[in-house]
Design a binder for this molecule. Structure first.
Ligand SMILES: [Zn+2]
Length: 501
């Protein structure tokens, strides 16, 4: 199957599922929304579509991009964009199969479910993934799974490399009116690319990594990796076994030939530095005068909003900072509009996927003028959680020589409750906040957060209210909580200073 010429994009239009071609989508001949039984596969499919559009049809500048957003490609433009590149995107090409290498040696083939993140992991996954989900995949699902494995998943374990953004990075995509427009909102212009990667023009002639091949144990610098190579980087050596005779795809259900296994082999190389992926933010610390960058990922159970400022705000302090997702930075330069974001990624423990995340965020109009408000909101909301945590800690531990605590540490479970009970408040505040004059909206949010904190504190300490032995601990921790909350309220004017800075 060839991704540039054949119908592989799983969409649904007016309730009917079908597979359409990239040409039909980009030339506006067919419409529909992506439709797969797993949110992570849908998200990976969108990433793959964006990467194809980016590499084949990079708009020169802002004007060209705006035109693309408004008007579908002509057939001639589509054909010109694909010229010379069709062989790169053929799943069963005899020499350079899509996201694979030929001649991969393995003792025995790996079953297909290893290519579907989460399915092969032992614990609890039966709830999330119906059994047999990846026993055979159609060529469309297998192309998406290969791309997902290369960019979003933990490595296959010992000796296998993880993707070029490291294990399980957070990916951010902008959502627009429909699928075709969404692709263009996530494509960088040549102008933006030169800004993100100054070596962009010089590396235009590069082909995908799996086409040009990689030398074993080679040492590569991120600044030598061009756009095409970076967006189609296969970190592992995989080769699909030939497809088997007709049966139903265990992911999308389509009847046809299915892939049931692949060969994989260990292959080592190193990349120094960080490649500026268009759909990823980067955080950095400055150590001994050197800037060390990395991609944020979901490392804890904290909700996604905790990471939001890193994803959309440019921040540089003396020793640390963050650089927003390049496509979000580009939209900021294009001019104000409401921003709808899709944020996705896995949380892992080494090769095991613990959790899938796929969330939507809306940022009200004006976010691009005052992005530091987002930073302040996220920080302050976390301070409210910390004040609850600190008060509950004192309540459970007591203070030496003054009073004994309950001995029951509730901080972790109440962190979880705080996040559960404030998630909607935060999402709502972000989507309606008046970024030009945020004070009222922020005050409203903070007083709601304060009410949640007080309610949770009462809930946690309620069973001890009648115990004479606990009266001191109760009074002291409550006094501390009020002190923390008052301090936070006193800082409430900080958005004024943020604004003028
Ligand atoms: Zn399928």
């Amino acid at each position: 199957m060839n991704l540039l010429t054949e119908a592989w994009i799983p969409v649904q239009h007016a309730g009917l599922p079908e597979k359409i071609t990239l040409q039909q989508l980009l030339c506006g001949e067919k419409i529909g929304e992506l439709c797969l039984p797993r949110d992570d596969m849908e998200f990976a499919c969108l990433q793959l579509l964006v990467a194809l559009t980016q590499v084949l049809f990079t708009p020169a500048d802002k004007k060209a991009l705006v035109q693309r957003m408004q008007k579908p490609l002509t057939l001639e433009e589509y054909v010109n964009g694909c010229e010379g590149k069709i062989d790169w995107f053929d799943l069963s090409h005899s020499e350079t199969p899509f996201m694979q290498f030929r001649g991969v040696k393995a003792k025995e083939p790996t079953p297909m479910d290893k290519l579907m993140a989460g399915v092969a992991d032992g614990t609890n996954k039966a709830f999330v993934n119906p059994q047999g989900l990846a026993s055979g995949l159609c060529s469309s699902c297998v192309a998406i799974a290969l791309y997902n494995t290369a960019y979003n998943c933990p490595s296959m374990g010992g000796g296998f490399k993880s993707g070029m953004r490291g294990s399980t990075p957070i990916t951010v995509l902008i959502e627009a009116e429909d699928l075709r427009q969404t692709l263009w909102f996530n494509v960088l212009t040549a102008e933006s690319l030169s800004r993100e990667m100054p070596w962009y023009e010089d590396t235009l002639a590069q082909t995908p990594g799996y086409v040009s091949g990689l030398v074993k144990d080679s040492k590569i610098t991120a600044s030598s990796i061009g756009l095409t190579s970076g967006l189609f980087w296969q970190p592992a050596r995989f080769e699909l076994m030939p497809a088997q005779a007709a049966s139903a795809c265990s992911c999308c259900g389509q009847q046809g030939d299915v892939y049931t296994g692949f060969n994989k082999e260990k292959f080592n190389y190193t990349i120094s530095g960080v490649w500026p992926h268009p759909l990823s933010a980067r955080t950095f610390v400055i150590k001994k005068g050197e800037r060390e960058e990395k991609f944020p990922s979901f490392t804890t159970t904290q909700p996604s909003w905790v990471h939001l400022a890193k994803l959309v705000v440019e921040m540089q302090q003396e020793k640390e900072g963050y650089h927003p997702v390049p496509v979000v930075g580009q939209l900021k330069r294009l001019g104000a509009r409401r921003l709808d974001l899709m944020v996705g990624g896995y949380r892992n423990n080494q090769a095991t996927v613990l959790e899938r995340r796929h969330e939507m965020f809306s940022l009200a109009k004006g976010w691009d003028q005052q992005p530091e408000i987002i930073d302040e909101l996220v920080r302050t909301a976390q301070e409210y959680k910390k004040s609850l945590r600190k008060a509950l800690y004192i309540f459970s531990e007591g203070i030496k020589d003054r009073f004994a605590g309950s001995g029951v540490n509730l901080t972790e479970s109440y962190d979880v409750l705080f996040y559960q009970q404030t998630e909607n408040l935060i999402h709502n505040a972000l989507s309606y906040i008046n970024f030009e004059q945020p004070k009222n909206d922020l005050d409203k949010l903070y007083s709601s957060l304060k009410a949640v904190v007080l309610r949770l504190f009462n809930q946690a300490t309620e069973p001890y209210q009648q115990e004479p032995k606990m009266l001191k601990a109760l009074a002291s921790s409550r006094r501390l909580l009020h002190k923390y909350l008052n301090e936070l309220e006193a800082q409430g004017g900080s958005h004024e200073s943020a604004k003028s800075a």
